[in-house]
Design a protein around this ligand. Structure first.
Ligand SMILES: C[C@](O)(CO)[C@H](O)COP(=O)(O)OP(=O)(O)OC[C@H]1O[C@@H](n2ccc(N)nc2=O)[C@H](O)[C@@H]1O
Ligand SMILES: Nc1ncnc2c1ncn2[C@@H]1O[C@H](COP(=O)(O)OP(=O)(O)OP(=O)(O)O)[C@@H](O)[C@H]1O
Length: 269
């Protein structure tokens, strides 16, 4: 059996530059990953089997088209390799801006590639990822990178591994498509080399749908030792980077509210 961690993705900055004729949006984003994630276990089997366990399993109950099974089906079409039993231990909130489903799909592709001796940088693997979703190629690469296009054109950059991070999700699921639909169409300019100087252009439309995001951001920004507080992706999860582990732990002990998912972690390499 193989175990893969599907690390949560953060958009340290997310600039929406234009709406495209195909309905997607032209982005400039700085992808980063944190140490927490879902856990995926894969083993060869007589017949395909899939089950979801863990604290957020219920949120996916009854969904036929899980991104994990879709990724496994696409892998089999391209590379063969027979049937697998897959367990997804769901720790990340669903539809929350930290790419849980995308990370799961990418982890599935990585695990199956390992089983069947496919190189992790095989372009066919990236082609599958690209068709599964805009965030899946970034999750397949799994390291700090600048993303352009709809997020699939990736250029690795030096990250800030080890930086303490606090994540807060206020328990409201937000639809990515709806947030993009509410984008005001104004281009506020390119992403600079410094993410701290950047923005998340989806914050305003996400706050229209879930005003509690404003409360989360205020709470994070008010903590001692914060160097950056921002929403990730299309929300509603927000993150804060801290100057020390102590400051992060101290903040984590203060921000808890009923219904809020609060997790202390670090940026991954
Ligand atoms: C917001 C981000 O998470 C930032 O990394 C991604 O752009 C979204 O990635 P994702 O969830 O993998 O999104 P997809 O499954 O590809 O697309 C979901 C929906 O979001 C919108 N979408 C997504 C990506 C993009 N560049 N422009 C868009 O307009 C489209 O309406 C699309 O139908
Ligand atoms: N394994 C999975 N985990 C989570 N969601 C899944 C999964 N498979 C399918 N989905 C579907 O995908 C939708 C988006 O889920 P996901 O958690 O990836 O969103 P997100 O965190 O907002 O992602 P992003 O940051 O890429 O916008 C869910 O509402 C759910 O219906």
């Amino acid at each position: 059996m193989l175990t893969e961690i599907a690390r949560a993705k953060l958009n340290l900055a997310l600039h929406v530059r234009a709406r495209r004729p195909d309905g997607y949006h032209e982005l400039e984003t700085l992808f980063a990953f944190v140490e927490v994630g879902d856990v995926l276990r894969v083993a060869p089997a007589e017949a395909p089997a899939f089950r979801v366990t863990g604290p957020f399993a219920a949120a996916l109950a009854g969904e036929g088209d899980n991104l994990v099974t879709r990724a496994a089906a696409r892998f089999a079409e391209t590379f063969g390799g027979g049937a697998h039993a897959i367990e997804l231990e769901k720790h990340l909130p669903v539809a929350s801006g930290i790419g849980g489903g995308s990370a799961d799909a990418a982890a599935t592709l990585r695990a199956l590639a390992r089983f069947h001796d496919v190189a992790l940088d095989d372009p066919r693997l990236f082609a599958i990822a690209d068709r599964l979703g805009s965030d899946v190629p970034a999750c397949l690469l799994g390291k700090t990178a600048l993303g352009r296009g709809r997020g699939e054109q990736l250029a690795p950059v030096v990250g800030m591994p080890g930086t303490p991070v606090l994540l807060i999700n206020p328990g409201v699921a937000v639809s990515t498509a709806e947030v993009f639909r509410r984008w005001d169409g104004v281009d506020h300019g390119p992403l600079d080399a410094d993410p701290l100087a950047g923005r998340n252009d989806l914050e305003a439309p996400a706050r229209e749908i879930a005003p509690v995001i404003g409360e989360v951001l205020e709470t994070l920004a008010a903590q001692h030792g914060v160097t950056l507080a921002r929403m990730s992706g299309s929300g509603a999860t927000c993150f804060a980077l801290f100057e020390s582990v102590e400051a992060c732990a101290d903040a984590a002990s203060r921000v808890a509210r009923p219904g809020w998912w609060c997790v202390e972690t670090r940026l991954a390499p």
